[in-house]
Design a protein around this ligand. Structure first.
Ligand code: AP5
Length: 217
């Protein structure tokens, strides 16, 4: 059982790399962003509130996201979890430690994906995803092979996210630096932090992450 966190600002490549680990290592991706996007389409009062907060680029409450992760850890069987976009605050990090310990598990590594702000803006503004299978693309660095058609599942339902605009991205970056970046010190002191160069090409980032994971075995 191997549990890792992919930690990094919006657009660092967490989702892209999590999907590769699922494919290559059979681990399970737990993305609070994906869970919240599913909640917002549910039409419930909670879903409406979540949509408003996400579109502004702010963080959803700790209570809601911790509840989502707790539910997944209770119900999903896996030989390892990739936490993608969680934890994002110190209370979330404490909660994750407690939830894993309660299940007799531990955190093996926190991969800090380092990317500068200029690259993040270019990545976020060029991103689109497949609405059916979730594959992530980019206008210039990873376009679909056939224009308008997903390489993985053949769907033509390709979408851009409502929060992928410059205003919302500015808030998302501020939220990251104020509330999430303190986790770098938190995990460094626990001895779990592994910084990597997130600016490298997708396959090179992937090799670095695999190197960290192999080092845990
Ligand atoms: P979330 O969905 O987690 O978004 P995020 O953290 O802003 O991260 P992104 O999904 O934008 O980027 P990513 O790092 O996954 O990059 P990707 O691989 O797509 O959260 C959204 C919102 O939900 C938050 O703002 C908040 O409101 C709420 N939320 C979620 N979790 C929460 C929590 N725990 N607590 C409170 N609120 C929470 O890559 C980006 C682009 O770059 C793609 O186009 C990709 O093709 C390209 N790319 C990737 N890697 C490379 C590379 N190496 N070289 C070139 N291009 C690359």
């Amino acid at each position: 059982m191997l549990n890792i966190i992919l930690l990094g600002p919006p657009g660092a490549g967490k989702g892209t790399q999590a999907r590769k680990l699922v494919e290559e290592r059979g681990m399970v991706q737990l993305s609070t962003g994906d869970m919240l996007r599913a909640a917002r389409t549910s039409g419930t009062e909670m879903g409406k509130k979540v949509a408003e907060v996400m579109d502004k680029g702010q963080l959803v409450t700790d209570e809601i996201v911790i509840g989502l992760i707790e539910e997944q850890l209770k119900t999903v069987k896996a030989n390892g979890f990739i936490f993608d976009g969680f934890p994002r605050t110190l209370p979330q990090a404490d909660a994750l430690g407690r939830l894993l310990a309660r299940n007799g598990q531990k955190l093996n590594a926190v991969v800090e994906m380092r990317v500068d702000d200029e690259a993040l803006v270019a990545r976020i503004t060029g991103r689109y995803t497949c609405g059916e299978c979730g594959e992530v693309y980019h206008d210039t660095t990873k376009p679909t092979k056939v224009d308008g058609t997903c390489d993985e599942c053949g769907s033509t339902n390709l979408k851009r996210r409502a929060d992928d605009n410059e205003d919302s991205l500015r808030t998302r970056l501020m939220e990251y630096y104020k509330k999430t970046s303190p986790l770098i010190g938190y995990y460094y002191h626990q001895g779990d932090l592994f910084p990597i160069d997130g600016l490298a090409e997708i396959d090179k980032v992937s090799s670095q992450i695999n190197g960290v994971i192999d080092h845990q075995n």
